[in-house]
Write a protein that binds this ligand. Structure first.
Ligand SMILES: C[S@@+](CC[C@H](N)C(=O)[O-])C[C@H]1O[C@@H](n2cnc3c(N)ncnc32)[C@H](O)[C@@H]1O
Ligand code: SF4
Ligand code: SF4
Length: 298
């Protein structure tokens, strides 16, 4: 059963992170931004499907760019969800680079914290974060993201959940990077860097696993060590392709974000009913064995 969907709200971004895999996969300039009408239609379809299957649906409003650049759309979606989803079958999250964050946005996420969770991306202390997370002129993003973290803490009374993309430089400074996360955050999702060939950044699955084991010795809450679920091996444990996951971008549906732009892996049009998409998915994709990544296997 499909229980995880990700909707790409924008391919535009203020940053040019050197590892951003969407920059290598798709021509961002050719991507058509999702309209409010289509976004709402997709949410309706997901809710219909959840109701019909008596299930819950976790929906990421993230994608190939910076979601908070579509803050108005996020607000419109959540306003609609409050009206149509009385049984709370849908829950939402978004991941932001924190470059476009202010009091109003923070207040919105606080007031709607039972429906949508906000998470920030940060890779570690300043030189580690700014090695890759830079803007078009090469300026690092650390100072701004930490201001956003402080604003969040002031309103929520606790630190935000963060997503850290683990590359080779992080492994080289593993203890000090983990000190940074332990001192500043509690809930950290470490994601394995993928689709980057630079030897300075590239890491193996084994190295990533070793890093996770080291991180487990720290006072951090990490999803990799919670119950095993089908989502994604980059940040979770098991691959959900062909089983639980779908990804909406550029008017189409794909098995996960790494397939965007590959017409061979289109599962349907974005506004198709979800049971139709599921029928196509199960007849065309054989899920990989536990522990493997469908995309890496290709
Ligand atoms: C594509 S971004 C979109 C949201 C937002 N712009 C951000 O950076 O948080 C979502 C997450 O994907 C991660 N990411 C980007 N490129 C990656 C790669 N090559 N391998 C693994 N994770 C990557 C980012 O670090 C970020 O945490
Ligand atoms: S902020 Fe996110 S979308 Fe933008 S370049 Fe960095 S990883 Fe990619
Ligand atoms: S194919 Fe790989 S990247 Fe995609 S969801 Fe599965 S484990 Fe994650």
């Amino acid at each position: 059963m499909i229980d995880r969907a990700c909707i790409s709200l924008s391919s535009k971004c203020q940053l040019r992170c050197t590892y951003c895999h969407f920059d290598t996969h798709i021509d961002k300039k050719s991507v058509v931004e999702i309209s409010e009408t289509n976004a709402k239609k997709i949410i309706f379809n997901l809710l219909d499907y959840a109701k019909a299957n008596q299930g819950h649906m976790k929906i990421g409003l993230v994608g190939s760019g910076e979601p908070l650049l579509r803050f108005k759309l996020i607000k419109a979606i959540i306003k609609m969800v409050k009206v149509i989803d009385k049984e709370h079958l849908l829950s939402f999250y978004t991941i932001s680079n924190g470059m476009h964050f202010n009091e109003d946005i923070c207040q919105f996420f606080f007031e709607n914290r039972d429906i949508i969770k906000l998470c920030f991306s940060i890779d570690g202390y300043e030189p580690i974060n700014d090695l890759c997370r830079v803007n078009a002129t090469g300026k690092g993003s650390f100072a701004t993201i930490m201001q956003s973290v402080e604003l969040y803490k002031g309103v929520f009374g606790e630190s935000p959940s963060v997503n850290a993309t683990v590359h080779r430089e992080i492994l080289r400074h593993a203890e000090s990077v983990l000190d940074f996360f332990e001192e500043n955050f509690r809930n950290v999702t470490f994601s394995r860097l993928v689709d980057v060939e630079s030897p300075r950044l590239l890491i193996s699955k084994q190295d990533f696993q070793k890093f996770l084991e080291l991180a487990q010795t720290r006072k951090l809450e990490m999803r990799q060590f919670k119950a095993k679920k089908y989502d994604c091996t980059m940040y979770g444990q098991l691959c959900g392709v062909g089983r639980t996951n779908i990804y909406f971008d550029n008017g189409k549906v794909y098995p996960c974000g790494r397939f965007v732009g590959n017409s061979k892996y289109e599962l349907g049009n974005a506004t198709d009913p979800i049971d139709e998409i599921e029928r196509y998915m199960v007849s065309h994709i054989t899920p990989c064995t536990d522990g493997q990544c469908y995309y890496d296997n290709l």
